[in-house]
Design a protein around this ligand. Structure first.
Ligand code: NAP
Ligand code: ZN
Length: 360
């Protein structure tokens, strides 16, 4: 259904959209719904550029509905509050991540796992309850149901906190599931040192673990150790280093955005170890049986996190002072940033200064 035909979509918003699989982003004027009783309106300040945005603008997954306004790492300030909303006020510093709507009735919605609701709808390229296509944070203003909004702790910078809304929660949730939050001293591996990977390293270190980065980029080693605090660095294309790393890790998080084999990564796990896959290449990854069965290893997936978990993650990051290492850009640099992201040339997340608040 075209957005313009949805009755209460009367608010005109300036944003940035891709119109086809060339992925080129151009300015785009569109409509958003009026602020409903359960909604808050947010003046968008910053929006991170997640690799998922790149997958979407290029239609890597074959599911993109054009025009697509990407962006699900959003921080901003509340400017309107619906009459049913009790937990937010005008002026609150808030964040919006991947989730825009869920059924609110299934076992997952009732159990604070609404990210696994089978009717989940995302912040962009989703279909909202009113039938409209959702448009994300590459835009000046957002209307969000308050159940999918979190608070940003006062001590965190709004620009460097923005990527926590997707990159942060996506690595926090499987770390929590693998009991890494409250049992320090584990050997943790992070595959892929990009947006997700770099925040995973920071979190795993802050939770008291020994952290090994497994990367295709030897040039990232010094920074990984000196700046992010990693203990070890394995270049995944170096057979000798991979051999030496065999059976050394308890838990591995795979954040790689491109197709690759899971076999060599599984070999790095101890017997009984767990590989949590969060990277989402468009094509299937190779999963050989031998490294799986010889080490009684498990492979699991994880998709962002629930809203309760996202708030918990923001609060933990506030307490431990964890934010992302970002490169701040202006909206007219989005295409350049997407090109650089595709070439694996970012340290470690681009964030768009949507409101033009920062001196760039
Ligand atoms: P990113 O910043 O581009 O980082 C991905 C990293 O993967 C790169 O920095 C690179 O690290 C490594 N890499 C890239 N190409 C590779 C290749 N051909 N072989 C091996 N390694 C390669 O991306 P991101 O924003 O962190 O997102 C990563 C993936 O997670 C994307 O597929 C994204 O869609 C997905 N994602 C999933 C969820 C979820 O809910 N599960 C949420 C957000 C994002 P090195 O240079 O260190 O090798
Ligand atoms: Zn994302």
């Amino acid at each position: 259904m075209a957005l313009e035909s949805t009755p209460n979509h009367t608010q005109t918003v300036a944003g940035w959209a891709a119109h086809d699989s060339s992925g080129k982003i151009v300015p785009f004027i569109f409509k958003r719904r009026e602020n409903g009783v359960n909604d808050v309106t947010i003046k968008v300040m910053y929006c991170g550029i997640c690799h998922t945005d790149l997958h979407h603008v290029k239609d890597d997954w074959g599911i993109t509905m054009y025009p697509v306004v990407p962006g699900h790492e959003i921080t901003g300030v509340i400017t309107k509050v619906g009459s049913n909303v009790k937990n937010f006020k005008i002026g609150n510093r808030v964040g919006v991540g991947c989730l825009a709507a869920s059924c609110l009735e299934c076992e997952f919605c009732k159990n604070s796992q609404e990210n696994y609701c089978d009717q989940i709808q995302f912040t962009y390229n989703g279909i909202f309850w009113d039938g409209s296509i959702t448009y994300g944070g590459y835009s000046k203003m957002l209307v969000a149901d308050h159940r999918y909004v979190v608070r940003v702790p006062d001590n965190l910078r709004m620009d460097a906190a923005a990527p926590l809304l997707c990159a942060g929660i996506t690595v926090f949730s499987p770390m929590k599931d693998c009991q890494l939050l409250d049992s320090p001293g584990k050997r943790v591996g992070i595959v892929g040192l990009g947006g997700l990977g770099h925040v995973a390293v920071k979190m795993a270190k802050a939770f008291g673990h020994h952290v090994t980065v497994i990367s295709t980029s030897p040039s990232k080693e010094i920074e990984a150790k000196q700046r992010l605090g990693a203990d070890c660095f394995i270049v995944s294309t170096n057979d000798e280093q991979m051999q030496r790393g065999k059976r050394t890790l308890d838990v591995i998080l795979d954040t790689v955005s491109a197709q690759h084999s899971l076999g060599p990564i599984l070999e790095l796990l101890k017997v009984n170890g767990t590989l949590a896959v969060v990277g989402a290449p468009g094509r299937p990854m190779e999963l050989p049986s031998f490294p799986l069965i010889f080490g009684k290893r498990a492979v699991r997936g994880s998709m962002t996190g629930s809203m309760e978990e996202t708030q918990e993650m923001m609060d933990v990051c506030g307490k431990l002072n964890i934010t992302c290492d970002i490169e701040l850009i202006k909206p007219d640099q989005i295409n350049e940033a997407l090109d650089r992201l595709a070439r694996n040339d970012v340290r470690y997340r681009f964030v768009i200064d949507i409101a033009g608040n920062s001196q760039l």
